[in-house]
Design a protein around this ligand. Structure first.
Ligand code: PMP
Length: 446
């Protein structure tokens, strides 16, 4: 099976359905969707079909959620079986939730042995902040430019670039530059820079903290902010600073966790021991379930750990737990971490070639099956090629490749079990598309 496009994209049936839906659905859907409101109806592995019969390689994996691909037979049968037994029973213990906790305790770094489950990432971020405040009795958080943690008041407070129009957020925070080397705010080059960005954090703390830092919250690899893999030493240095301040190390692995970077957690690429870590886009293969894990003394500190302090309506319901367990089993049985690492090496090679060949490509970054291709108008000025990025996104779809983020950073994040041939095909389509957009926009090949 391979991608095949048989109509224009979006096709006539998609357009007909969207015309009706758009009368009643918010205009605040994701840019990917709004630019190409394709009506999808079926998925299998790394492929998805729309209502017009077009088939695409899903290099967005939903929104980096479908870790085991679309409708993995084992995951589907786990869900079906559970659906006939028990859907929801508040947060009473169930025959499977302890199994999930035990498995996660095995997979997580030493000391992370206590969990609570949620249905969405933002909600989990908020829970982590509550847990950190409960344990430390402090209220400030350190976070990073280009980080993304969600859309609620607390989570937006960690990332002020998102959602400015919504007005003020909790002011108790220090946001510091991440090690985004391609766009170093200090104009320096690694390693000669000696990680000035991490050092700058000390200044930030000195001038902006009330001396009450509860935690440092970071994505080990920036996701929505542009897929930025920090150079060795950055997270270590930042963690060191946090420890010196008596702050908790809080890793947001919503996007990077559950194998996305080729290890269960991305933190494993460095020697960082978190106090709290949360993850889950891929935990339910697309079914909503997120996990917050932490050291027992943190997860039981009051008020987070007092009766009712952690629980929600849907978090860790029996359906979600069944799907998560079966997702973890599939990742294990099919050796998907090793496969992800191997596919990551393949992408590193293929994208390096694209970078040589295409003037639009300014930088390629990634690890495992989390990659970003940063498009620029000019390699010297590094001006982001936003419009070209949109065109690349749309034209890729027209050739049967679904990526994510129609802007100057294309994200390539297929299911962890994408077969090699499909991944190669996806890169071929992206290559051809880049050439077409470059030709039309007057870029000459590098
Ligand atoms: N943290 C990170 C790192 C994320 O990537 C996201 C979602 N893209 C969130 C938090 C928020 O998750 P959700 O959209 O499920 O609320």
């Amino acid at each position: 099976m391979k991608p095949q496009i048989v109509t224009e994209v979006p096709g006539p049936r998609s357009r007909e359905i969207w015309e009706r839906e758009k009368q009643h659905i918010t205009s605040g859907l994701a840019p990917c969707t709004l630019l190409a409101p394709i009506v999808f109806e079926r998925g299998e592995g790394a492929l998805v079909w729309d209502v017009d019969g077009n088939c695409y390689i899903d290099c967005a994996a939903g929104v980096l959620t479908n870790s085991t691909g679309h409708c993995h037979p084992k995951v589907v049968s786990a869900l079906q079986e559970q659906a006939g037994r028990l859907w929801h029973i508040h947060d009473f213990p169930t025959p499977q939730r302890y199994e999930l906790c035990e498995l996660l305790a095995e997979r997580c770094p030493p000391g992370i042995d206590t969990f609570e489950f949620y249905s969405g990432g933002t909600e989990t971020v908020e829970a982590a902040l509550r847990a950190a405040i409960s344990y430390t009795r402090r209220y400030e958080f350190i976070s990073f430019h280009h980080g993304y943690h969600g859309k609620t008041l607390g989570s937006r407070g960690l990332a002020l670039w998102w959602g400015k129009g919504f007005g003020p957020v909790n002011g108790s925070g220090i946001r510091s530059p991440f090690a985004y080397c391609y766009r170093c705010p200090f104009g320096l080059t690694y390693p000669a820079c000696d990680l000035r960005c991490a050092e700058y954090l000390r200044e930030g703390i000195r001038f902006n903290s009330w001396g009450s830092i509860a935690g440092i919250v970071f994505e080990p690899v920036l996701g929505a902010g542009g897929v930025v893999v920090p150079p060795d030493g950055f997270l270590e240095r930042v963690t060191e600073i946090a420890r010196a301040e008596g702050a908790l190390v809080v890793a947001d692995e919503v996007l990077t966790g559950v194998g996305r970077t080729g290890t269960f957690l991305a933190l494993e690429h460095w020697d960082i021991q978190p106090d709290l870590v949360f993850f889950g886009k891929g935990l339910g293969s697309g079914f909503p379930i997120m996990a917050l894990g932490g050291k027992r003394e943190i997860m039981t500190a009051t008020p987070y750990g007092s009766p009712g302090g952690a629980s929600t309506s849907f978090g860790g319901n029996p359906l979600a737990v069944a799907v998560a367990l079966s997702t973890l089993q599939v990742i294990e049985e099919e050796n998907l971490l090793a496969h992800t690492q191997e596919m990551g090496r393949l992408l590193a090679e293929r994208f390096a070639v694209l970078k040589e060949k295409h003037p639009l490509v300014g930088d390629v970054r990634g690890v495992g099956l989390l990659w970003g291709i940063e498009l620029v108008k000019d390699r010297k000025t590094r001006e982001p090629a936003e419009e070209e990025g949109r065109q690349v996104y749309l034209e890729s779809l027209q050739r049967g490749l679904k990526t994510i983020t129609p802007g100057h950073v294309t994200r390539f994040s297929p299911p962890l079990n994408i077969p090699r041939e499909l991944l190669e095909m996806a890169v071929d389509i992206y290559d051809v598309t880049l050439s077409a957009v470059e030709r039309r926009c007057g870029y000459s090949e590098a």
